[in-house]
Design a protein around this ligand. Sequence first.
Ligand SMILES: CC(C)(COP(=O)(O)OP(=O)(O)OC[C@H]1O[C@@H](n2cnc3c(N)ncnc32)[C@H](O)[C@@H]1OP(=O)(O)O)[C@@H](O)C(=O)NCCC(=O)NCCS
Length: 241
Amino acid sequence: MHNAIGTGKEGAFMFKQMKSDIRTVFENDPAARGLFEVVFTYSGLHALWAHRVAHALFKRRWYTLARIISQISRFMTGIEIHPGARIGQRLFIDHGMGVVIGETCEIGDDVVIYQGVTLGGTGKEKGKRHPTIGNNVVIGSGAKVLGSFAIGDNCNIGSNAVVLRPVPPNSTVVGNPGKVVKQNGERVRDRLDHTNLPDPIVDTLRSMQKEIDQLRAELEETRRELKKSAPEVMLSSINKE
Ligand SMILES: CC(C)(COP(=O)(O)OP(=O)(O)OC[C@H]1O[C@@H](n2cnc3c(N)ncnc32)[C@H](O)[C@@H]1OP(=O)(O)O)[C@@H](O)C(=O)NCCC(=O)NCCS
């Protein structure tokens, strides 16, 4: 993660990064048509560039100026990135409106974030209180990742998921609260459904009842057969009973 403003060398690096950011838009968004359109209309790009300036100021302890830049960027793009957030290479924020990225958040390389995503705190932690996002992670629209834990590399966070716990690498998380439904390409089933715990006694009684019903039906069938073939024998046996 690099951030730089100031010297000529740093300026050249920043320009290289901007070119890489534009390339990232073309790689991620099939709707992106031309350079002019991307540079002037992609708010995710504008927010990222503003954040680089704000973050560099933040690191130099120019906190208020950094916050002012961050807030102007928020006003213009609808994306709020705290100047303290550490963002890796090739982040793509698609649409962007309503995205909030907290101060102690760390984002790896090649991450895609859609509109309405919050990378925030639970309000109960102090110090590092925002998530750490691995490399190559997709965070769907409206998803909330709340707390100081890690999302592993190559994860997919489904739209509107609310993630409150660490997520191992190569996982897909969906729902509220977020659950891992896929890992390393395999579906993950619930290990134990606490609301539908199995009852072995009821299961045994049910299978006994089933067997009794079956035996009764068989007995009835045999009686009917006997009645047809030898009614007198049947009658005497019934009389004996
Ligand atoms: C999660 C996501 C990235 C797909 O990841 P994936 O690893 O390919 O997962 P799959 O599509 O195989 O889905 C796995 C399971 O999760 C379910 N699922 C997927 N996304 C879900 C979501 N957002 N909410 C609830 N369940 C979801 C699927 O139905 C599937 O369930 P099943 O196993 O019972 O069939 C994708 O569904 C998603 O939400 N992308 C965000 C895209 C977005 O925000 N677009 C906005 C464009 S403007």
